[in-house]
Design a protein. Structure first.
Length: 397
């Protein structure tokens, strides 16, 4: 057998091939949190996004993913596959080779496991994994409207449009994370089922009682904005909050061009603002627990209107009230203690009012109970039902 196709003992019947949006050992975003509860009712082949050796050398988490076998057991009933491809995997001259190598890696892994495949789940708009594993069901998990802002992923609009159309046309089932995406696919003649993003409710439940991280220098109370700082964030909303005298903690990496980074630098340089950078996922609850309100300051764009912000249920799971941009998915969610506002003045006023509100003895419990209803366990139960699998083993959060 090749390094990719290493035999792994176990019963791999009714295998689910999940072509993930992040590598298994990166910060968990959607794929891994869903795979873990789903693996209680079916075995999972977790397929990392394809990676080249050149890319992996620049990223410690990805470099680690290439250490050891390309196919290995990472959790009970979950096998991880890391497909290795050529550098420049998304360039026009290389993308066909990327797809070939990805499909070949999946085929070899399925053969090594020796099971039959119940479903293949595709996410990436420019990857087509269907058909290679003779799956019974083809599932397109639509997480974003990539064609709304192709510059965010650095792939041409034409390539993205062809990719998502190909996936949707081939899929037996489309699950979409927001009402906007459900409507989007309905307009294109496809029935899609709403399956919003979830949260690791149990992981964040202890946030209110965790010790305050030692590197926070801000005086309480303060607002927190956690997550990637990128063009998807409306810095004007955060500037308006600081203009009102609210202290602000930023947690997460940044992804700006040099010319756009100057505005972030100016915000961070203001009194009462602290940016602690990226933190391991397991440490994030402590930063949320130290705050008085969680912010979701998304720009009002087509891409964001089709999204379902992960941070909203995570804030609630940590016991925080939320002030967020008025997005269709958050209107649908109708979460308690969540104020929606899009204009900077209204957004900042909502933050000020939330921080100044009297302490509600039942507020933390109410918010955490709501978040538990939107856990990844709940989403896994929904997907299991759609795939015809039993759900009793996926216990409520």
């Amino acid at each position: 057998m090749t390094k990719t196709a290493t035999a792994i003992p176990g019963d791999w019947s009714d295998l689910i091939v999940l072509c993930a949006n992040t590598a298994w050992n990166e910060n968990p975003i959607c794929s891994r949190p869903l795979a873990l509860p789903l693996s209680r009712v079916a075995p999972i082949l977790y397929v990392d996004p394809p990676v080249s050796h050149a890319t992996a050398m620049k990223n410690p988490a990805l470099k680690e993913s290439l250490d050891g076998p390309r196919l290995r057991l990472v959790a009970p009933n979950i096998v991880r596959l890391t497909p290795v491809v050529l550098p420049g995997k998304d360039r026009p001259v290389v993308t066909h080779a990327t797809e070939f190598l990805l499909r070949r890696a999946i085929s070899r892994a399925v053969k090594a496991l020796g099971g039959d495949v119940l479903a293949t789940i595709a996410i990436a708009p420019n990857r087509y994994p269907f058909g290679v594993a003779n799956e019974k069901l083809r599932v397109f998990w639509a997480q974003d409207d990539f064609t709304a802002e192709p510059e965010l992923v650095g792939i041409s609009a034409a390539v993205l449009e062809r990719g998502v159309t190909r996936l949707a046309d081939a899929a037996d089932l489309i699950v979409a994370v927001s009402p906007t995406l459900v409507d989007h696919w309905a307009e294109r003649g496809h029935d899609a089922i709403l399956m919003p993003n979830g949260c690791d409710a149990a992981d964040f439940a202890g946030a209110p009682s965790l010790p305050r991280p030692a590197d926070i220098t801000l005086e309480a109370p303060f607002a927190v904005s956690a997550g990637r700082l990128s063009p998807r964030i409306d810095l004007g909303l955060l500037e308006a909050v600081v203009d009102r005298g609210v202290r602000l903690l930023l947690v997460g990496p940044e992804d700006y061009s040099p010319e756009d980074r100057s505005r972030l630098d100016a915000l961070v340089a203001r009194p009462g603002v602290q940016w602690v950078g990226i933190k391991p996922y397991v440490e994030v609850p402590a930063y949320l627990g130290a705050a008085a309100v969680g912010l979701v300051p998304y720009a009002d764009t087509g891409f964001n209107r089709a999204s379902f912000p992960l941070k909203t249920p995570e804030y609630l799971a940590a016991g925080l009230p939320v002030v967020a941009t008025d997005l269709p998915s958050l209107r649908w969610m109708n979460a308690p203690d969540t104020v929606l506002a899009t204009e900077p003045a209204a957004f900042a006023e909502a933050v000020v009012r939330t921080i100044a509100a009297p302490v509600d003895p039942g507020g933390v419990e109410r918010r955490q109970a709501f978040a538990a209803e939107h856990s990844w366990d709940a989403r896994a139960r929904q997907l299991a039902r759609l795939l015809g699998l039993p759900t009793a083993a996926i216990t409520p959060a």
